[in-house]
Design a protein around this ligand. Structure first.
Ligand code: UD1
Length: 370
């Protein structure tokens, strides 16, 4: 199908941004701000609704002054195929009406893939922020989403040289696609908001603490892995404080009995806002996480990270000695925790660019015809 351009101002470049999950609100905030500064660019936001709880969605729009979404889809809590399919159908309708010059998608969620598929079938070029990441684990829904999204994208905004190398190895130099090394937009966000970090209410931060998050399906949906992780956190809570902001998926999969088996020293909270997480990152001793974003955020605040997965996309952190990939085995996790407390890494800056990734992205849209 061919769609006709019907812009209010034909000289403006119209970008439809598709977001829907918590990390995408964080990534979109600095990019949207950079776009809004450019007179020649106009952005329209679609929120798929994948994350819908107040503290998984609206709080990020409020804290990071992200523009209200023009289109709210309310599609969530479905199996992967149904979720992606319904999002794709709804996004297609909106794109036909909005007729943008570009569709921009972020990261590796079902919302990312739905946006990229809908746009590319309408021959609207796709720009992918956080392109080129690979875990090389095809059991992860995120790996499937990012590989397919990259392949459909015209512009691949890569956060790291490793991401550029991954794409080059896959032959992207021969595809009608442009790889642009931008640096990481989450680094931009951390610089923009670090001074606004807010102490979370009702949390005791008196003793040194570990900041812990777990939400990946590969951990939450595998009882043996989840048990290993709980075992590790329980053991570590005997020597340190643990703050554990809990994702709804994790709460659901833990169930009442496992939740009750968490030691008293572990402070479980609801998911926290970005500014509260920034505060905990600034004040914690170490981060333990299966999140992609938190691995980098630990580094932005000079904190070592234990990654609760069997692989990571952010291999430069491991190579530099700031991150250890520990899987879900309690003994292994505890061993690496002691390694870091006895040998704290000496951090050097610069792995994720200069904090101007968002500006580079906005400029790319403006410079395309020059
Ligand atoms: C999704 C992304 C993952 C990303 C993560 C960030 C996919 C395949 N995965 O995983 O890449 O790292 O977001 O958090 O897209 N739920 C609520 N309230 C909410 C949001 C979710 O109760 O606000 C529930 C859902 O109903 C579902 C579960 O949490 O039962 C998981 O949500 P889902 O969107 O499937 O994936 P995430 O685990 O959040």
């Amino acid at each position: 199908m061919y769609i006709e351009k019907c812009h209010v101002d034909l000289n403006m470049i119209k970008i439809v941004t598709v977001i829907g999950a918590r990390p995408q609100f964080i990534k979109a905030a600095p990019v949207s701000r950079a776009i809004s500064r450019e007179a020649g660019l106009h952005e329209v936001i679609i929120h798929t609704g994948q994350h819908f709880d107040e503290n998984m969605s609206q709080v990020f729009f409020d804290q990071m002054q992200l523009s209200r979404a023009s289109h709210m889809l309310d599609i969530h809590s479905l199996p992967h195929g149904a979720m992606t399919g319904r999002m794709m159908e709804a996004i297609e309708g909106i794109l036909m009406q909005e007729a943008p010059d570009w569709v921009m998608v972020y990261g590796d969620t079902n919302s990312t893939l739905a946006g990229a598929l809908a746009a590319s079938k309408l021959h609207i070029p796709v720009a992918h922020v956080e392109a080129g990441l690979r875990s090389f684990n095809m059991h992860m829904p995120e790996e499937i989403n990012r590989i397919l999204t990259d392949r459909l994208s015209h512009w691949l905004f890569c956060p790291t040289p490793v991401a550029v190398d991954n794409l080059t190895r896959e032959g992207y130099e021969h595809f009608p696609a442009k790889m642009i090394l931008t640096g990481d937009v989450m680094y931009d966000a951390s610089l923009m908001f670090r001074d606004k970090a807010t102490r979370p209410a009702g949390v005791d931060l008196d003793k040194p603490f570990i900041l812990c998050t777990i939400h990946r399906a590969e951990n939450t949906d595998d009882p043996a892995r989840l048990d290993g992780l709980i075992d590790a956190v329980n053991t570590l809570s005997e020597e340190r404080g643990v703050i554990f902001p809990m994702h709804p998926r994790t709460r659901k999969m833990l169930g009442k009995s496992r939740l009750n088996s968490l030691s008293k020293g572990i402070q479980v909270t609801e998911p926290l806002g970005y500014l509260e997480i920034l505060y905990l990152l600034q004040h914690c001793e170490l981060v333990m996480t299966d999140s992609g974003g938190m691995q980098k955020e630990a580094y932005f605040f000079n904190k070592a990270c234990i990654t609760l997965r069997d692989e990571t996309e952010w291999t430069e952190l491991v190579d530099a000695g700031y991150n250890r990939v520990c899987g879900s085995d309690a003994k292994n996790i505890i061993h690496h925790f002691h390694h870091f407390t006895e040998n704290p890494p000496a951090f050097a800056e610069g792995l994720y660019g200069k904090g101007n990734a968002s500006a580079i992205i906005a400029k790319a849209f403006l410079d395309q015809n020059t």
